[in-house]
Design a protein around this ligand. Sequence first.
Ligand code: 8YV
Length: 327
Amino acid sequence: MTKPHILVARAIFPETLARLAQQFEVEANPDDAIWTKAQLIERLQGKVGAFTTGSERVDTEVLAACPQLRIVANMAVGYNNFDVDAMTAAGVLATNAPDVLTETTADFGFALLMATARRVTESEHFLRAGKWTKWSYDMFAGAEVHGSTLGILGMGRIGQGIARRGAHGFGMKVIYHNRSRLSPEREAECEARYVDKEELLRTADHLVLVVPYSAASHHAIGAAELALMKRTACLVNIARGGIVDDAALAVALREKRIAAAGLDVFEGEPKVHPDLLTVPNVVLTPHIASATIPTRMAMANLAADNLIGFLTQGKPLTPLNPEVLTR
Ligand code: 8YV
């Protein structure tokens, strides 16, 4: 019996590739080349499944050109690279990789908040540049984190992880805004209070963005929102590029309309808005919030398990459009 053919669109762990190769004929991408849409379509020919990361867009054009495709498994919890409605219409199952990265990503959200508020990278650059000649009482004085008010925009699993860290670990007052309010039990567990977006912006000493990207969240933080924030506030984005208007943020940082920002994601990444590269009060990291080996391994294995579960038994673990299964 011939094995189903699948495409693994980016380089991944050899162990995960080996697991997939037990079940499927696998075309991999060992050089980790970033394919154009045309190249992706070409390589998808004859494949019933695809393993993707956030960098491959699956839209109507790809779906129309690959009618044999049955499943695309994303090695990411976010899936804004998928047009899920088009996938559903085409009868293609979409899966993501939730839960396995929640705590690791929340850890990083906190790392970025701490680095931003306490000016860790800015002061390190100063030291490396040989500029540290003496101690002074206000050198790199930053913002207080413990006991301050932590605002969270987007209160899914990662947002709740950040809330728990803030409330339980740092004695922070936690406020949040989300499309839907958490249950009273969940709010109690996170010690978080629901507020409207304006109150969130005006009240937070530190604002962490954990909201999924969609047309509705595009530029959710732009010049008008930044103007509502405290001048002493720090903004952290570990969600997706495009949620913050990066050009407006660079202006706000340069003009000290907010104190600082920590960014792990960027509009049009891996390109970074040039103005963000020249302002000192921003901590910049290359989309690494989920990057620990055990977590990345768990994400890769969950994507692989979705392919194996669906293509061998019709049972994916984390489907985004389960209606496809009942057709
Ligand atoms: C991924 C992420 O590493 O899971 C997500 O949504 O943003 C990251 O954890 C990245 O998207 C590559 O797949």
